[in-house]
Design a protein around this ligand. Sequence first.
Ligand code: GLA
Length: 430
Amino acid sequence: MSRVACLLALVVLVSPAADALDNGLALKPTMGWLHWERFMCNIDCDRDPNNCISERLYMQMADVMAKEGWKEAGYEYVCIDDCWPSYQRDAQGRLQADPKRFPGGIKKLADYVHSKGLKLGIYADVGKKTCAGYPGSLGYYETDAQTFADWDVDLLKFDGCNMDWTLLGEGYVNMSKALNKTGRSILYSCEWPLYEWPFQKPNYTAIREACNHWRNFNDVYDSWSSVKSILEWTASHQDVIVPSAGPGGWNDPDMLVIGNFGLSHAQQESQMALWAIMAAPLLVSNDLRDICPRSKELLQNKHIIAISQDPLGKQGYRTVKVDTFEVWERPLSKKRLAIAVLNMMEIGGPRGFFLRAVPGWKICDPQCNLTQVLPQYKELGVQTPHTNVVVSVNPSGTALLTVTPISGDFTGLSELYWEDTSVKRNHIIL
Ligand code: GLA
């Protein structure tokens, strides 16, 4: 198949998606902070009071988010992961926070986070126990949903450990119904497909109807090999997963690990660019109290966030692999296009890439306006299909660009890129 035929086939495959969970939430990919990758299950507050899983940690993150530009940039949810509860439920069978580490309780913490203009996320598990061995929600879906609603929680991450896989679907759907029944708007973040893939191909129509986002693949680690493995998994399953993404429901490739220890700056730029192209939730897991200025600037880059949050809500995908480069493209509103060019070489220096090799470059017929967003912001001006623009891409780095067609005279191919889908666009105005 020629490259254009391949692209056409993919574009047809990525067209229609099913109805989203109709709770009016996650109309754009969720943005916030989530404790897991950076803080894990550190419960030793005697030895490590600053970094242990305690109400203090979330209050301090909320303070920084409100004060240091994170909230303005769009980061809204402060999310608790595993290891927050007590090992025992209370006399009424309700989950309770560990009393030593959360002396004020979750309701007070939610009030605090709300007072900063932010939202609070919490974590539970569809099975008997969480992945770290705390009480699971099996048998308690309605009780737990009501407890979270009573505490004024705004998001639930629902993990899938310690559950018979044949009951996963039923469990995730029942918790979705239980959350709905509380009458509170609680964003529902699932891990259903991740736990189902080892046994069968998940039903993404059903998943999209129940969840606001869903993890498909392994936990992210603080390393380039981990980020690369997530990108490779996503690209090699894009025909299955891309059609299910759209306003109200998103594929979740896991947290951003930017601002930690394992990624070079070029690799951090790649994670940020590709998470924007994939229309992924932007949930950072780092220490916002102590982050290097370059990583902070990258995470708060308004041009990249605008791509992530584009109102068309279509997930991008890999279109070409050539000469150890990967090209990923995402259709944007107003018939614009975002292009990411990744240099997969991990040796040598910056390498040049001819943009005319990008399939979507056709939208420059007769003319387009080109902007480079990464590694530096640059207006590259008016281009035609025949201009030879070369972008320079660092080893394991990414050049991120946006293309705006100048006249409305699109080719058939470009129309297909932006073809409307049957994704239910709850309350979306393009
Ligand atoms: C699983 C999830 C992670 C995290 C841990 C907590 O591994 O995939 O994101 O929530 O459990 O134990």
